[in-house]
Design a protein around this ligand. Structure first.
Ligand code: TXA
Ligand code: MG
Length: 355
């Protein structure tokens, strides 16, 4: 569907020193009227619609040019509201309670059997719904003011890099949505961890990791059994019912080709091509080579994964926008803690150019 990109997009700044309830109310009014609002979370900005308004949700798919088989996450004001949109099997209730207590509000999404009131368009016809209680006041405040959950995918066009600032949202969707709430830079920078609580082969509660994120495997350790489906399993499942397309092989992609490279191995540039390097700390042997038009460190000097995660998508965008760079090379990152989620996103960004 062709969308009209000629709408005026208002950007409302969230000033933490002001009483924000006026802003939440204003955004909720736009949503209640069937409009869309981009709202910050601690991970990335979301493109929100009233989850109970199927027509508004259809607009989300249209504006993002997102295929209808890719379901949306419902954002709730608190964990108690879970019962409004899902029916938790008794045998999974203690595990859901533990996870909610440990990680909500925060960057975790739980996939659970859906209640009838959730329109099929939200879940792409799946019997489950993805639920999240973000730690960002804006999304929770607007959901509370609206009185309904907010269905919100990341506020980028389908397959593109997720926005971690209001300016990035405006670049992606300016002219197509009426309102953006500007809460500054996102404090996590990488999308939420998606977990599906389930029973393992012995009938014991466990979680399947559908997408890596800030609630890392290390953080889950000791709380419950963690099943990480292999990439092949996920791809095979996605082919049957494409149900978690952050699982699609290519996703999160810049417009330019992006290639991963080991920071300790020399890079052999092709003549006539200009390369930009996304480096972890900016001082690796790779970064010392003189073939780069630009080197952008993710965590300048300190090598902190959390700092790198916050900056990852902004740096990918900056490289994409640098007219002097033809091809982006990204250093492989350590796959511990949030590094696992970053490598997952970079691998998918690289895969976008494999075909
Ligand atoms: O951090 C985040 O999760 C951000 C913020 C805005 O909340 N949202 C986000 O949404 O990343 P999105 O739509 O870009 O990615 C959500 C992922 C998709 O890959 C989708 O397929 C998966 O969640 N998903 C949604 N409902 C699902 C379900 N019922 N079963 C399995 N996967 C589901
Ligand atoms: Mg997304």
């Amino acid at each position: 569907m062709l969308y009209n990109f000629a709408m005026e997009t208002r950007v409302l700044e969230i000033d933490p020193l002001e009483d924000c309830r006026k802003i939440w109310k204003e955004a909720a009014e736009v949503l209640a009227a069937g409009g869309l609002v981009a709202i910050p979370t601690e991970t990335v900005y979301g493109l929100g619609a009233d989850a109970f308004n199927a027509e508004a949700v259809a607009q989300v798919f249209a504006v993002k040019e997102r295929p209808s088989f890719d379901p949306l996450i419902c954002h709730l004001p608190n964990a108690k509201a879970l019962k409004d949109i899902c029916v938790i099997p008794a045998e999974l209730q203690p595990l859901v309670d533990t996870l909610a207590k440990e990680f909500w509000p925060g960057p975790m999404t739980l996939v659970l059997p859906k209640a009838d009131c959730v329109p099929d368009i939200v879940t792409s016809g799946l019997p489950t719904v993805a639920c999240r209680v973000t730690s960002h006041e804006a999304m929770r405040g607007v959901a509370r003011a609206l009185g309904h959950p907010i269905a919100a995918p990341s506020a980028n066009r389908f397959g593109h890099i997720s926005p971690t600032s209001a300016a990035a949202v405006v670049k992606e969707l300016g002219g197509a949505i009426p309102l953006v709430l500007d809460g500054g830079a996102c404090s996590e920078g990488v999308e939420s961890t998606i977990l599906a609580p389930c029973l393992d082969e012995k009938g014991k509660p466990a979680v399947r990791v559908l997408r890596e994120g800030p609630v890392t495997r290390e953080k889950l350790r000791g709380l419950c059994k963690v099943i990480k489906p292999s990439k092949r399993q996920l791809e095979e499942e996605a082919a049957k019912t494409p149900n978690a397309p952050g699982q699609l092989k290519s996703h999160y992609a810049p417009n330019k080709p992006l290639l991963l490279h080991d920071p300790k191995t020399p890079f052999e540039p092709q003549e006539g091509v200009s390369y930009g390097l996304i480096s972890y700390e900016g001082d690796s042997p790779l970064a010392q080579q003189d073939c780069w038009t630009e080197v952008m460190p993710l965590s300048p000097g300190s090598g902190r994964l959390a700092e790198a995660a916050v900056r990852l998508f902004a740096v990918m965008r900056a490289m994409d926008e640098n007219e002097d760079v033809d091809v982006i090379i990204a250093e492989e990152l350590p796959t511990v803690n949030i590094g696992a989620a970053m490598m997952d996103r970079l691998t998918r960004a690289a895969a976008a150019r494999e075909h």
